[in-house]
Design a protein around this ligand. Structure first.
Ligand SMILES: Nc1nc2c(ncn2[C@@H]2O[C@H](COP(=O)(O)OP(=O)(O)O)[C@@H](O)[C@H]2O)c(=O)[nH]1
Ligand SMILES: [Mg+2]
Length: 369
């Protein structure tokens, strides 16, 4: 199986930290979760057994020993370019899922100089994606004075424009959108945390998203979820204000990790995405079975017709050749049925193993419908 994820979010929203933290949580068999873990894949698509370069590049836990040296504060350095990363989800020795992860450069969303071809690239990626992940800074949403201000500070307008552009071609398709509220550890005001589920923050975010929520609602085939996450957990980050928020500008902050990172809801968010690809594969599997049934019944009626024509067959065909043809076509069909059944059984086995993880996701990812 394969899945492609496209990440949207303004610069600084937490896209890179999210992925780094996911790798921290699932990197290596020692950290397997429900039997699954993540590994780099090399150019030949094989699992890489050496230390993961990707993990070292952006993981927080992978670089804890560097904190405090040369001004390093624990977070990966920002980048202004789009990146495409590849890794795999494994169960034991089996590669369950090949994953392509596109981190779309924030600048494109904020209207910085971007040429038309980049925009076209983005739409192409969105078309091909299994799911789109929208990153919104949960701290900014919580601390904004009103909805309009929150919209400006987290960049919902450009994101909504992109999704609405893409809506017209996707009305009759399955579209999966996950809204990730980042940096939730930094929210101190208990009003937004609710019973620990960030329910009130999610309600406010729905207002901030406005038309985007309507879009998800009016397209019955779209699946949309929202989750509140943190890469470090409450109390493990020190936030310093370089510039306080004004009515028109978002706060400028500097973060430093000061305690053992305890990410929350990141792995669960990831398995929500895995759920999207499993659901799509199940639809494909049903299609394969239906096609096979169609072929088998066509073959049966063809055979019946040939048998009925037994008399003519003897007249016009060399007997042996006729038998060979019937048999080789039968064998091909049998092989095809075996392959399809094998694939479908494999899918079912993965799904069975993943179900407990999907249940965990359902507890923290709120469906928007
Ligand atoms: N407290 C806290 N800060 C975070 C978290 N995730 C990201 N940040 C802060 O946001 C900054 C930008 O994150 P980054 O992932 O690089 O944003 P990107 O531009 O969307 O890739 C980081 O350097 C941190 O200062 C989080 O979970 N908790
Ligand atoms: Mg980044």
């Amino acid at each position: 199986m394969g899945m492609l994820i496209t990440c949207l979010g303004i610069s600084g929203s937490g896209k890179t930290v999210f992925l780094g933290s996911l790798l921290d949580s699932l990197n290596s068999p020692a950290n397997a979760h429900g039997g699954f873990f993540i590994a780099d894949t090399n150019a030949k698509g094989r699992q890489v057994l050496r230390d993961s370069l990707l993990h070292k590049e952006i993981g927080i836990a992978a670089n804890l020993d560097r904190i405090g040296h040369n001004g390093y504060k624990g977070y990966p350095s920002g980048t202004k370019s789009s990146t495409f990363r590849q890794f795999s989800l494994l169960q034991g020795r089996d590669t369950v899922l090949d994953i392509g992860w596109i981190d779309y450069k924030g600048g494109l969303l904020t209207g910085d100089a971007s040429d038309g071809s980049e925009q076209e690239d983005l739409y192409h990626c969105l078309e091909k994606s299994t799911a789109i992940v929208i990153y919104l800074d949960g701290y900014r949403i919580a601390s904004a004075e009103n909805i309009k201000q929150a919209r400006r500070f987290v960049g919902t307008e450009p994101i909504a424009k992109i999704i609405s552009h893409f809506e017209s071609s996707k009305q009759r398709s399955m579209v999966n959108i996950l809204i990730v509220l980042t940096q939730c550890d930094a929210i101190e005001d208990a009003r937004w945390i609710g019973a620990g589920d960030y329910g009130p923050l999610k309600e406010k975010t729905k207002e901030v998203l406005g038309g985007l929520v309507d879009m998800a609602r009016r397209n019955p085939l779209w699946r949309c979820g929202m989750v509140a996450i943190s890469a470090v957990g409450r109390g493990n980050n020190r936030r310093t204000f370089i510039q306080d928020a004004t009515f028109s500008t978002a706060p400028v902050v500097s973060d430093e990790i000061i305690g053992e990172p305890e990410p929350f809801n990141i792995v669960q968010a990831f398995y929500w995405l895995v759920g999207c690809v499993v659901a799509a594969e199940k639809v494909r599997a049903q299609g394969r079975v239906a096609a096979l049934h169609g072929r088998l019944s066509a073959q049966k009626s063809d055979e019946a017709r040939l048998v009925n024509m037994g008399f003519w067959k003897r007249l016009f065909y060399n007997d042996g050749k006729w038998n060979d043809e019937v048999h080789s076509s039968k064998r091909a069909q049998e092989q095809l049925s075996m392959d399809i059944l094998g694939e479908n059984q494999q899918l079912q086995a993965y799904e069975q193993a993943l179900i407990p993880l999907f249940r965990e996701s359902d507890k923290v990812v709120t469906a928007i419908s």
